[in-house]
Design a protein around this ligand. Structure first.
Ligand SMILES: [Zn+2]
Length: 337
């Protein structure tokens, strides 16, 4: 049964204005918020990020922090200070050694960068959980024979494990190795959070196919992480891939079944950006599918249909209205706060 209704929030860091926005979310049926916190927000606006979390708590919202596009390895458009300042810790293309704009999961320097932020954030009582969003390697075409990353660190780890040199072209060993490295990384950062505060909720959100640079073996991922995380999530953004709502249903079922199998809560994300005109009603239908499958948590990306951004919906006000109407119905159905 649905317990949580929320949206992703970013683009404003003035607490008084955020208060108005959170009030508006509440009027649209939300009881949760995901703060999409870019590296810029974290480094330059920390105090206001904290204030916005505290305001959301005043509305009795559950507050999640998303390391939005950090290092280019989590989903999203936000730029990365880490990549800007650390060219040498970028992923490398296997065939050429060319560095690409995504941090290598295996570099201790990148891991420390994330750990340092977690050490501060996980101590805050106004933050309820963390959201590991679409962890992925640098996007490469599905048909590419090359891969990332084949940096020195990755080669050493691969050779240690497989007792052979790391191949230059994509092989089954490489696909498995890469997924293992992402899963290990997610496990490490989740443990870091839980060691500071075991009550913090950890959500892992995986991109469904056709995306192939993240984790494709969802079952294996859940099996390994089941004791470390709390929520398994995915975001079947049907319209981005010109798919029908059958695609939403397919991945909703897979997500909920896996969450149930591993005793995790389930979460589904509704696409609420880049919505073409006259397609707004499909959001209501997608959310109904989530509810039919008894999803625990429903979120939409993002607040106000991404109005004014590079991924704005054609009619963001209508997108936001439909979400508000649908959430309000669910809120009443389940008697949510
Ligand atoms: Zn590497």
């Amino acid at each position: 049964m649905v317990k949580e209704l929320g949206v992703a929030y970013y683009g404003n860091l003035f607490p008084d204005r955020a208060r108005q926005d959170i009030e508006e979310m509440s009027e649209h049926g939300c009881n949760s918020i995901l703060i999409a916190m870019s590296e810029y927000d974290w480094i330059e606006w920390k105090k206001n990020v904290f204030s916005i979390c505290q305001i959301a708590k005043e509305f009795d919202f559950t507050v999640y922090i998303n390391f939005w596009a950090w290092g280019g390895i989590f989903g999203g458009e936000a730029p990365s200070f880490f990549l800007h300042n650390n060219h040498k810790y970028r992923q490398e293309i296997s065939t050429t050694g060319v560095k690409v704009p995504a941090a290598c999961f295996n570099k201790p320097e990148f891991q420390k960068y994330i750990f340092d932020a977690i050490k501060i954030l996980a101590k805050k009582d106004f933050i309820d959980g963390f959201f590991w969003d679409e962890p992925h390697y640098y996007y490469t075409p599905p048909t590419a024979e090359y891969f990332t990353c084949r940096c020195k660190t990755c080669q050493e780890i691969f050779t240690d494990f497989y007792k052979k040199n790391m191949p230059i072209v994509l092989t089954d060993d490489i696909i498995k190795f890469k997924e293992d490295m992402i899963i290990n990384f997610l496990k490490e950062i989740s443990i870091q959070v839980k060691e500071i505060d075991p009550t913090k909720k950890i959500t892992v959100c995986l991109l469904p196919p056709p995306e192939v640079t993240g984790i494709q073996d969802w079952n294996r991922c859940c099996a390994i992480l089941k004791d470390t995380i709390d929520v398994f999530s995915s975001d079947p953004y049907w319209l981005l891939y010109r798919k029908s709502l059958d695609y939403v249903e397919k991945y909703t079922k897979i997500t909920v079944d896996l969450a149930t199998k591993y005793n995790l809560e389930s979460q589904l994300w509704c696409l609420a950006f880049l919505i073409p005109r006259k397609k707004e009603i499909e959001l209501k239908k997608a959310i109904k599918i989530f509810d039919d499958y008894k999803v625990d948590s429903i979120f939409s990306w993002c607040y106000r249909g991404a109005e004014g951004t590079s991924v704005a919906s054609r009619n963001p006000k209508e997108v936001w209205r439909v979400i508000g109407e649908t959430y309000t119905e669910l809120k009443a159905k389940y008697n949510l706060l």
